[in-house]
Ligand binder design. Structure first.
Ligand SMILES: NC(=O)c1ccc[n+]([C@@H]2O[C@H](COP(=O)([O-])OP(=O)(O)OC[C@H]3O[C@@H](n4cnc5c(N)ncnc54)[C@H](OP(=O)(O)O)[C@@H]3O)[C@@H](O)[C@H]2O)c1
Length: 296
């Protein structure tokens, strides 16, 4: 679903987190004629980076202006959030956000912007099945799969124009369902591959790990089913299919542990544990991986 074309000027985005996904988003919004400025805690001039695409189109060079939070003069009207979830609070705290800011959250997990936006803000959640890896200076866009933007409303007036330049971008009126589907996969695959330092396919090949994946999925289904009785449950086949399709991949949480960086466990398994508590559900499998990863 999308709105009719509008004559409104294209938005100018402030981007928090010019990593893999943030840089790809910056390339797309700029191609659509939107402005983009990266917000960094300590700026060191423009970011110069390259993107390589799996479909073989030419290498794209991108130079993005940067600004520090304290040097932003006008309130931010459009915000792209693409830092890893543990950094979100610190990154947003010093930002001068307009009372009616539109924020697009390009992060895994759920709830990392809770309490961080003004009451008049519009929060658009994004779920992407695209994949980007590489270094700060070079991003390999491994897959440009579907990305859904959505909230409870109709698509904003800039959405159609952006869609023409962002491959496989869709507006979703059921973004929560898509977030939950991705959350279940992340909550099962990420912590196990991180704790055991294995690629995703090990959760299919190793019987003991497969059993633990099954327990994590069943517990996640129990919470989501209790929150919404239209949740279909039975997510194991879908999660196993993702583990199989990405068998040789290193999950983002495994990569974070390997480089001794904070993981996104709070926004993934932590969200499920927080949702389960008032429902009286204990989630022992999620509690175990959550505690084990936090102990690292
Ligand atoms: N990569 C993917 O394929 C993919 C796919 C789906 C979803 N996601 C999700 O997208 C989000 C971003 O992932 P990513 O892979 O793009 O991570 P990333 O490459 O590590 O990028 C995160 C960026 O955030 C920056 N940052 C950290 N603290 C900041 C702060 N206080 N202010 C401004 N910037 C800050 C980092 O800067 P430094 O480089 O200076 O540390 C880095 O550039 C995550 O939630 C991830 O789960 C990623």
């Amino acid at each position: 679903m999308s709105t009719a074309a509008s004559s409104a000027a294209p938005p100018h985005w402030h981007l928090v987190g010019a990593g893999h996904i943030g840089t790809l988003a910056a390339a797309y919004v700029r191609a659509a004629g939107h402005g983009v400025t990266v917000v960094r805690p300590h700026t060191a001039g423009p970011i110069k980076t390259t993107l390589a695409f799996a479909d073989g189109r030419p290498l794209q060079r991108l130079t993005l202006p940067t600004v520090t939070p304290t040097s932003i003069e006008q309130p931010i009207s459009h915000l792209l959030v693409a830092c890893k979830t543990p950094y979100t609070r610190a990154a947003l705290a010093p930002l001068p956000l307009a009372a009616t800011v539109t924020a697009v959250r390009l992060q895994n997990g759920i709830g990392s912007l809770d309490g961080l936006l003004p009451s008049g803000a519009r929060l658009i959640d994004a779920v992407t099945t695209s994949a980007v890896k590489g270094t700060r200076a070079h991003h390999d866009v491994v897959a440009e799969n579907t990305t859904w933007f959505g909230d409870d409303g109709a698509a904003p007036d800039w959405f159609d124009g952006l869609r023409a330049h962002w491959p496989n971008l869709e507006w979703s009126a059921s973004i929560r369902r898509r977030q939950w589907q991705k959350l279940v996969a992340n909550a099962a695959i990420n912590p196990l591959t991180a704790l055991h330092d294995v690629p995703n396919g090990a959760l299919i090949e190793d019987a003991a790990l497969h059993a633990r994946m099954r327990d994590l999925v069943a517990e996640a289904d129990s919470v989501l089913g209790a929150l919404d009785d239209s949740w279909p449950g039975d997510s194991l086949a879908a999660v196993a299919a993702i583990a199989r399709a990405t068998a040789g991949n290193t999950s983002s949480m495994r990569a974070d542990v390997q480089r001794d960086a904070p993981t996104e466990i709070e926004a993934i398994n932590g969200w499920l544990l927080r949702a389960a508590a008032p429902l009286g559900l204990a989630l022992p499998a999620h509690r175990a991986v959550f505690e084990a990863l936090r102990a690292r």
